[in-house]
Design a protein around this ligand. Structure first.
Ligand code: NDP
Length: 332
């Protein structure tokens, strides 16, 4: 793969120039470019510059408002709602997270319910911000159907990511962020292109048969949740939390309303923040650290988030796919 070496500032500038040229205002361009740069910096590559052309598609079709302003509504002491007003999720989060942090610190627990926002990003940025503020965090969102519930052969769930972060004062938080699908469809397509098999349980053929052939999944087949019926229940939980609970779409409703321009559809996000300072005792940090140390003492174990956090320490340039860079440049 031919690559171009770009510094982190150059990645930010490339994204910002492209967004400004495609209808975003200064605030939206800056916030989204910062997120894309951080995804490249951390090696969260499926959610870095790779996603920029899709964001541009949504901006060009008018589905996404690049100049919109989300509205924060305090429903109660511990329930904050943000009306996304067709803005991109990072802009919505930028408005809602400070309110959530304040409410969770005051009340011990608080919820951020997001509506009508366009999410295509990774989930760790929001849970990590909350953990860095000293809170335990959980976030999830749905998308469009791609994953069959256990027992079915047709998609109903999105790839429905969940993220959890645990604060470690003075240290980097422990964070996991994962789709509830067994594998991203993008990775199935890569396996098809490169002629690799995929593990049984990744997906089904169009006739509902188990297969290790990625082509049979990618061409009319369907993905499965991770972990069989257990993952299926977690994907169902995401549909309920990010749909019915926050007052937004289920994945199948999102699909019927979306204009299919390739950009992220409008939907909801659910975020929960808990204050260990209020809920636990003064030993909570030490207690959790003892647990993490024990876990890491097992041979072969690493903590989730460690790969990204190690990548983050490298402040040097990143090698970006040349074809992608040229495509992005052509968008402005
Ligand atoms: P991965 O399977 O690559 O990783 C999932 C998590 O597991 C990460 O936190 C990762 O930490 C951790 N992990 C990986 N290997 C190990 C290991 N050996 N030991 C301990 N922890 C490990 O992620 P996915 O492919 O499932 O998801 C990729 C991204 O896609 C996520 O950011 C997700 O939010 C995003 N996504 C977004 C969607 C949306 O609609 N917005 C839809 C679906 C996915 P580390 O990062 O340190 O490797």
């Amino acid at each position: 793969m031919a690559t171009v070496s770009l510094t982190l500032d150059e990645i930010f500038d490339l994204a910002k120039k492209t967004l400004l040229a495609n209808g975003c205002d200064e605030e939206t361009s800056s916030i989204l470019s910062d997120l894309l740069m951080k995804a490249e910096r951390d090696g969260s590559l499926s959610h870095g510059l790779f996603r920029l052309p899709a964001y541009v598609s949504g901006l060009k079709s008018g589905k996404i408002n690049g100049k919109g302003k989300p509205e924060v509504k305090k429903i109660s002491e511990s329930v904050i709602k943000v009306l996304g007003n067709n803005c991109l999720a990072p802009i919505v989060l930028n408005k809602g997270l400070p309110e959530l942090i304040k409410a969770a610190k005051e009340n011990g627990v608080a919820v951020l319910a997001i509506n009508n926002s366009h999410h295509m990003a990774a989930m760790w940025p929001e849970t990590e911000i909350l953990a860095e503020a000293g809170l335990v965090a959980f976030a999830c969102t749905s998308y469009k159907p791609a994953v069959a519930p256990a027992g079915a052969i047709k998609p109903l769930f999105g790839t429905n990511p969940i993220s959890f972060a645990w604060p470690r004062p003075g240290k980097t938080p422990v964070v996991f962020d994962m789709a509830t699908a067994s594998m991203a469809m993008g990775e199935v397509q890569v396996a098809k292109r490169e002629g690799h098999k995929v593990p049984i349980g990744t997906g089904l053929t169009k006739d509902g048969k188990k297969t290790t052939d990625p082509a049979e999944i990618a061409d009319g087949g369907v993905l499965l949740p991770f972990g069989g019926y257990k993952g299926s229940s977690i994907a169902m939980m995401v549909e309920l939390l990010a749909g019915a609970l926050v007052g937004d779409n289920f994945s199948f409703e999102t699909a019927t309303k979306d204009n299919n321009d390739g950009g992220p559809p409008s939907g909801g996000e659910f975020i929960l923040a808990m204050s260990p300072e209020k809920i636990s005792d003064s030993e909570w940090t030490k207690h959790a650290d003892e647990f993490f140390n024990k876990m890491k003492s097992f041979e072969g174990v690493r903590l989730p988030g460690e790969r990204r956090h190690k990548n983050r320490l490298d402040k040097g340039p990143r090698n970006i796919n040349k074809e992608l860079v040229n495509k992005i440049k052509s968008l402005s």
